[in-house]
Design a protein around this ligand. Structure first.
Ligand code: FAD
Length: 453
């Protein structure tokens, strides 16, 4: 039984249940220092966007309460993470530091260096699998290479041993008093009060809300998920993405809750496959850490993006392109911090293939405005739509927003909700002609083909 405390470093796993690092730390039998570090200083760590910061504020408040309810406390520190953890070890005399793994490039480098440094100092440093169902280095093709196509990737995952069952929350945490910041000092909430209000109306961060959402989804929507998931006017998807992004709920908890209801049939299978896309995005990022900035297909570097049309980008961001489904999606995003998946694909296709604006500009806007903005899913999906990514939609498949609206929003309910002026003179003319701009995009793509993309 250890006497010196154990530090548990919380990152993208803001929960107390199914948290292997916390469970192991409590199991050592000594006190536990729970810490979250707001790190905007370490090299390569991407600063959070505005909507993500809003979520983080609520999620840390909820985590703090959950830890206190078990007898511990959550220490909030700000600064370069390695330095913060180092000084916390010195202050508390901790003999061990535990965390759940991260899979981004700069994060892995930071964690590996810190682990080595702590080990050199005789401090036990251990990391655990908690945020992905399958560790990226365990899923490989027959040739030992990473998968670049989803279907065989997911087949390999589902043929691997089933993900472990989730761990219960500890019964109690013996806390340690350590100085920390007050959450409000971090100014994570947006300065524009109307933005915060919209986000608050749409979401409740925290593990309790996440579990309630999962239970409601399974009870009401799972069976019909396969049919309803592409209809943006319906609340037919789980809306779990920000909860998963922040780790308020683990994918193991979701996996097993759904598996127990497998009688849900096609809906359940389809839903677990979507969780598979989350895994795939992380695995792709693990092997291509600069996914948010560099074309996954090098051949795409030859794509001749025209000079940035600032006015068109602005119109897109503000939902004023004159293309109803695009504008509805972009307004939903600004108002609620999320957008239905079908519409994300349509607006991304419109930006990259009708406005001919580099996918990176779209990725950045989503990064700033999505509550579920994730290093892997955002970059992966932008590249998927743009045609530069892994298992990407072929470039010539340009989503036609009018046909997409006719098919997936046949009564115009979603568009009416977000663009009520759509049928009036107040609504703008389209900023581009859909047919002409599509033809221009296909002509530009010839450069990629010529470069053997
Ligand atoms: P559900 O349909 O209920 O799916 C369940 C879960 O599966 C989701 O919560 C999510 O974790 C995962 N999932 C579903 N679809 C995908 C997908 N295509 N890729 C990866 N995971 C998926 N998702 C993010 O979590 N963060 C992002 O930053 C993000 N950016 C995107 C950008 C673009 C351009 C596009 C086209 C998609 C993006 N997605 C992103 C994927 C997807 O749109 C959202 O995960 C989904 O809309 C979330 O709603 P839901 O939780 O109701 O999903």
């Amino acid at each position: 039984m250890a006497d010196a405390p154990t530090i548990v470093w919380f990152r993208d796993d803001l929960r107390v249940a199914d948290h292997p690092a916390l469970t192991e730390a409590v199991g050592r039998g000594a006190s536990v220092v729970c810490v979250y570090v707001l790190d905007e200083d370490s090299p390569g760590i991407r600063p959070l966007g505005g909507a993500a910061k809003w979520w983080l504020h609520g999620s840390l408040a909820a985590l703090g309460e959950a830890i206190e309810a078990l007898g511990g406390m959550l220490v909030l520190r700000r600064g370069p993470a390695a330095r913060v953890i180092r000084s916390l070890v010195d202050e508390t005399g901790a003999s061990a530091v535990f965390w759940n793994r991260r899979y981004g490039g700069p994060e892995r480098e930071l964690d590996a260096a810190l682990k080595a440094e702590l080990a050199d100092r005789g401090v036990e440093a251990r990391s655990f699998a908690a945020s992905l169902l399958f560790e990226p280095w365990t899923i490989r093709t027959g040739q030992g290479t990473p998968f670049s196509v989803f279907t065989p990737f997911w087949r390999a995952c589902t043929s691997a041993p089933e993900p472990r069952h989730p761990l219960p929350a500890p019964d109690a945490i013996e806390g340690v008093d350590a100085a920390g910041d007050a959450l409000d000092e971090w100014n994570l909430l947006p300065t524009r009060p109307d933005w915060a209000e919209g986000l608050r109306a749409a979401w409740t961060p925290g593990a309790d809300a996440a579990h309630a959402r999962l239970a409601a989804f399974i009870a009401n929507d799972l069976a019909g998920y396969d049919e309803g998931r592409d209809r943006p006017a319906l609340a037919a998807t789980s809306r779990l993405s920000p909860h998963l992004r922040w780790g308020e709920l683990s994918p193991y908890e979701v996996w097993h809750a759904v598996r127990e209801r497998r009688a849900g049939g096609a809906g359940a299978t389809r839903f677990l496959t979507e969780l598979g896309w989350r895994e795939f995005a992380w695995h792709v990022l693990f092997h291509a850490p600069d996914l948010a900035t560099r074309n996954w297909r090098p051949g795409f570097d030859a794509f001749p993006w025209p000079p940035l049309d600032e006015a068109a980008l602005h119109a897109w961001q503000q939902g004023r392109t004159g293309v109803p489904l695009v504008d509805a999606g972009m307004r939903e995003l600004w108002a609620t911090g999320t957008m239905h998946n079908r519409v994300r694909m349509v607006v991304a296709s419109f930006l990259t293939k009708n406005l001919l604006i580099d996918w990176r500009r779209g990725e950045e806007w989503f990064w700033d405005t999505l509550v579920d903005a994730g290093a892997a899913s955002n970059a992966f999906n932008w590249q998927w739509v743009a045609g530069s990514g892994a298992d990407a939609a072929p470039y010539f498949r340009v989503f036609n927003p009018e046909l997409q609206a006719a098919k997936f929003d046949p009564d115009g309910e979603y568009v009416q909700r977000w663009v009520p002026e759509v049928d009036t003179a107040a609504y703008p003319e389209p900023v581009v002609d859909l047919r002409e701009s599509r033809a221009a995009a296909l002509a530009a793509f010839e450069h990629v083909k010529a470069a053997r993309g």
